[in-house]
Design a protein around this ligand. Structure first.
Ligand code: SF4
Length: 81
């Protein structure tokens, strides 16, 4: 059973939207489309700030967390250093 908070998260039940299926996208256009949609869902998430902080703190290397891609996370951490 999925906890109540997780049921409210836009990414629940959409893992391939936030992480490329099989680790890669079909093509660049599909990738950009997937990322744009995932980021839009993050903007409506009740824990977007906490999610982004967690991903940065754990140096999450893959996927979209808190509205950030892995590259954006790396850039943000580099700027903060
Ligand atoms: S902010 Fe985090 S928990 Fe919320 S939808 Fe995005 S990835 Fe999921």
């Amino acid at each position: 059973m999925i906890p109540a908070i997780e049921q409210r998260l836009p990414c629940t039940n959409k893992p391939t939207l936030f992480h490329a299926p099989d680790g890669r996208d079909y093509n660049d256009r599909a990738k950009q489309s997937r990322i744009t949609y995932a980021k839009a869902l993050c903007l409506s998430c009740p824990i977007v700030r906490e999610c982004r902080q967690h991903a940065r703190a754990t140096r999450e290397p893959h996927g979209i967390w808190g509205g950030e891609t892995a590259d954006e996370r790396r850039d943000a951490l580099a700027q903060a250093a």
